[in-house]
Design a protein around this ligand. Structure first.
Ligand SMILES: Cc1ncc(C[n+]2csc(CCOP(=O)(O)OP(=O)(O)O)c2C)c(N)n1
Length: 568
């Protein structure tokens, strides 16, 4: 079936097509290249025709991170459009994060007008010469799955459908489309397009049954199977079969830096993050969506142990170097692969009494570990500057099932009791700081029924252009709680120096060049400037009440809030 839209420019046709393909949002940060898009939006809004809702975002990293956050929650890709070369350059940090997080996105940019003649949209500004590059996509090509420049309006449908199909096919990721101003401004006499894309994406995949059977036998016969994951909970639907598989085998689940709510922490088989301590004792190790399951410099699996890799790409083919062993490669959709393993192990059968003994031992370990964590936090409850453990424990105590926490160096992740799938998101593995604030806004946009708490280091808050975030929050009615962990330094960078040069000059003289911010800075006033609630918290005893005040602003007054926590 074909639709016919009486559009008069390629830009109008583009918006028609995006809306028809179910795109909700167009995160824009434009320049002179946007004129045809802006005109098309104005016309279609007068005509009351469908468009993806335009969200103006005044910094590119925030724009890309918002799209990232939205897709992280919904699974559905959105459109980001930035300004030619400078906009693309500013956005790349966020694109690297989206690429390494396998977040599909139609990342796009205008092109400096290509012609010097009379065509509508051709060069008429002094920047139109210097801003052109020989190959605009070159700077982002390594981080996108596909790039293309729209050369003519007649190709629009095929190009747009192809862009989304490639972006969403697993392993998913961003694609890059550039659109010269003359092409967007081109006059056309209507658009005929199919009512659905004819380019099917490749998403749900399973390894061949023989491989599942082989892995099932290995696990069912193992004396001490363990699993380690970073991103197993990316699709919250993976968690239930994962719990089932763990229970069936008495298999402990470790996390090596959680990116998502992978496994309930209060479950007997949740084993924390110290997989290194158990690695040498395990005969079957499952690595589920974990690019760095352990630190090879310090730990290796036992000689003879078998490693089963499960994930969209257990070899992490986009990484230049990665020497972790993968003896059985179960490439596929984690949710389906795990479920298939559950079925295989059930059919094969396990030694029920051995499973019971293992489970009991892991439960004792889980109880002790969680008790130790709680005691550590309580012991620090009166420390000023405020201890991260104590603060996180207080935060954990106010969470409910309808609250989502994002962490970008803002909390002590150990102390937060994550039990429900889809309630926690950690900084992308690529570590391009500046993701948190935008991603939290995107998450709030995706699910207005949730309270979204964004925990960021003071450094990360600045990398993410906090100001841009507060403006978008106010303008779009997206109240989130931002917690700025204000230690006044780049602690991670200082720590790296301590580890690398334990007895060096920097440590001995306590002099860490180019790693300081300002602990006296009043971050709360930036939020207040956008009509939000802002508070500086220095007294550890005030933390629970301050959290309640801030959450009250977000939940009951519909205002954004920021807590400036003066921390260690
Ligand atoms: C865009 C970007 N620039 C620089 C870095 C290197 N880097 C890693 S951690 C860090 C410090 C971040 O500071 P903050 O968010 O305050 O957290 P803290 O280190 O104090 O825990 C820096 C600069 C990075 N990861 N990303």
């Amino acid at each position: 079936m074909y639709n016919h839209a009486p559009v008069e420019s390629v830009a109008e046709a583009y918006l028609e097509l995006l809306a028809a393909r179910g795109i909700d949002y167009f995160f824009g940060n434009g320049g002179t290249d946007f004129a045809p898009i802006i005109e098309a939006y104005a016309k279609r809004q007068v005509q009351e025709l469908p468009v993806p809702r335009p969200i103006p975002v005044p910094h590119e990293v925030t724009a890309v991170s918002m799209a990232h956050g939205y897709t992280m929650i919904t699974g559905r890709p959105q459109v980001v459009m930035v300004h030619t070369v400078p906009g693309t350059a500013n956005a790349i940090g966020g694109i690297v994060n989206a690429a390494r997080s396998n977040i599909p996105m139609l990342f796009s940019a205008g092109r400096t007008p290509i012609t010097e003649g009379e065509a509508r949209g051709s060069r008429d500004g002094s920047i139109h010469w210097a801003q052109e590059s020989f190959d605009q996509a070159a700077m982002v090509r390594e981080w996108v799955k596909w790039d293309y420049e729209l050369r003519h309006g007649s190709d629009l449908e095929g190009v747009v459908d192809r862009a989304f199909a490639i972006a969403e096919s697993q392993p998913a990721g961003p694609v890059y489309l550039t659109m010269p101003r003359e092409v967007l401004a081109e006059d056309i006499d209507g658009l005929s397009y199919r009512d659905a894309s004819r380019q099917q994406k490749s998403v749900d995949r399973l390894p061949i049954p023989e491989l599942i059977e082989q892995a099932g036998r290995l696990l069912a016969g193992a004396n001490n199977p363990i699993l380690v994951t970073r991103g197993g909970g990316k699709d919250p639907r993976t968690v239930a079969p994962l719990v089932e598989l763990a229970e069936l085998l008495g298999m402990a689940v470790f996390e090596s830096g959680a990116l998502y709510a992978n496994f309930p922490k209060d479950h007997a088989l949740y084993a924390g993050s110290d997989v290194g301590s158990m690695l040498a004792e395990s005969d079957a190790v499952v690595v589920l969506e974990a690019d760095v399951p352990w630190t090879p410099k310090r730990h290796q699996p036992a000689e003879g142990a078998q490693v089963i890799g499960i994930g969209e790409d257990p070899l992490f083919s986009a990484y230049p170097v990665r020497g972790f062993q993968v003896d059985l490669n179960l490439a596929g959709t984690p949710r389906l692969v795990i479920q298939a393993l559950v079925d295989a192990v059930r059919a094969i059968g396990v030694d029920a009494s051995a499973v019971q003994v293992r489970t009991g031992e892991w439960k004792t370990r889980n109880d002790e570990m969680r008790d130790r964590w709680r005691r550590q936090a309580m012991a620090a409850s009166d420390q000023a500057p405020i201890s991260k453990s104590w603060f996180t424990r207080c935060l954990s105590d106010v969470l409910d099932d309808d609250t989502i926490v994002l962490n970008e160096l803002g909390i002590d992740a150990v102390q937060i009791d994550i039990t429900r799938p889809g309630t926690f998101y950690g900084v992308p593995v690529s570590g391009g700081l500046g993701w948190g604030v935008g991603a939290a806004l995107g998450a709030r946009l995706a699910d207005g029924g949730k309270t979204v708490i964004c925990c960021v280091g003071d450094g990360s808050y600045i990398f993410g252009s906090g100001t841009a975030g507060h403006i978008v929050s106010e303008a779009q009615g997206l109240p989130i709680l931002t917690i700025v962990w204000n230690n006044g330094i780049w602690n991670a960078v200082q720590n790296a120096t301590r580890t690398t040069y334990a007895d060096g000059f920097a440590v001995q003289t306590d002099n860490f060049a180019v790693t300081t911010l300002s602990q006296s800075f009043q971050y709360e006033l930036i939020c207040q400037a956008a009509g939000g609630y802002g508070e500086r918290v220095e007294d550890p005893a005030e933390v629970p009440a301050a959290l309640q005040r801030a959450l009250n602003a977000v939940r009951n007054e519909n205002r954004q809030a920021l807590l400036n926590i003066i921390g260690q």
